[in-house]
Design a protein. Structure first.
Length: 326
């Protein structure tokens, strides 16, 4: 069956959704395949950055503590990929800044500001916002379609990979931050904090994912203390974890359940909760547009089963920050 070179089924699904929901849904629902391939490499213990040297030990461990350095490194690297990605990052950061500013303004002050605008000014602002969202959505769709064309995909992918792994922060983000978030549903910083306080499960998870964490001063101290006291259980846990890869079954269905739960959480945070049926239809629409199949074969399950899977997946992801309620 021929693959569509447009996203008409997605467009039909998204026609009544607000712009933020549309973009979040498109990005999340089309991420299953790349996430699956990426996680399989991590789980197999492969170096996703290839032959590129990883950062120095002190710099690497500092990424666990310095969120801002990881964030800035990732954002700056993504900006270098292409004009569309740079536009997306700039727009995202503008939204974050705007949201922070709005939290400092009371409802009364906001209403007063809006009331001072003329109808033409209000329409102009609405049109500008709608236009920017539409342009961003079109760029994402174009990228999805281009990557389905073999003649473009290989060179584009190779070039982007080379650019991505020039940044130490991005290497850490892809090797530790993303798989920790997807496999364990927790940020690496939180796991490290629990491991330092004696949580064996957290320690094993981290060591299986990132062997370098054994160099953390407090983890070294734990190893030293247990070795001296000859407590074999902890020593055996550490030595075995250093020899193994991350636990957990990874398949396309599990990834889509997790992404469905993430999308559900995002929609709740945005104040427009997507139902399980709507999310299921979204995945079917993406499958129809990208593979030519009318439904997503991974989600041939009952509506009740999918609803429960989404509920479980929502608890799997860390809480999404929301605006403070007055």
């Amino acid at each position: 069956m021929q693959v569509a070179l447009e996203m008409k089924h997605y467009e039909e699904w998204a026609k009544d959704k607000n712009p933020l929901i549309r973009i979040a849904s498109l990005l999340v629902a089309t991420s299953a395949e790349p996430f699956l391939g990426f996680l399989k490499k991590i789980k197999a213990g492969k170096r996703v950055e290839g032959c590129i040297d990883i950062p120095r030990k002190d710099q690497w461990l500092n990424f666990y503590r310095n969120h801002r350095k990881v964030y800035n490194g990732v954002m700056n690297t993504l900006r270098t990929l292409d004009d569309e990605t740079e536009q997306l990052i700039d727009f995202y950061e503008a939204m974050i800044t705007g949201a922070h500013t709005l939290r400092q303004i009371t409802i009364k002050e906001w209403n007063e500001m809006i009331s001072e605008l003329s109808p033409n000014e209000k329409h102009a602002i609405e049109d500008q916002i709608t236009s920017e969202f539409k342009e961003m959505e079109e760029n994402i769709i174009k990228d999805i379609i281009d990557n389905k064309k073999i003649e473009n995909s290989n060179t584009r992918t190779e070039r982007k990979i080379q650019q991505i792994f020039q940044s130490p922060a991005m290497i850490f983000f892809l090797r530790v931050w993303v798989p920790c978030f997807l496999l364990y549903g927790e940020y690496p910083t939180y796991l490290l904090r629990k491991a330092r306080h004696g949580d064996n499960d957290a320690l094993e998870k981290l060591l299986r994912l990132d062997k370098s964490i054994i160099n953390d001063p407090k983890i070294i101290e734990i190893f030293h203390r247990e070795a001296v006291s000859k407590k074999r259980a902890k020593i055996d846990l550490i030595t075995k974890a250093l020899q193994k890869t991350p636990k957990g079954k990874i398949d396309s269905k599990k990834i889509k359940y997790l992404l469905a739960g993430l999308l559900s959480s995002i929609s709740i945070a945005l104040g427009e909760k997507l139902t399980a049926i709507e999310i299921r239809r979204l995945f079917d629409a993406i499958a129809h547009d990208t593979t030519g199949e009318a439904i997503d074969a991974d989600l041939i399950i009952s509506p009740e089963t999918f609803e429960k899977a989404i509920q479980r997946a929502r608890t799997f992801w860390p809480a999404i920050p929301q605006a403070d309620k007055k």
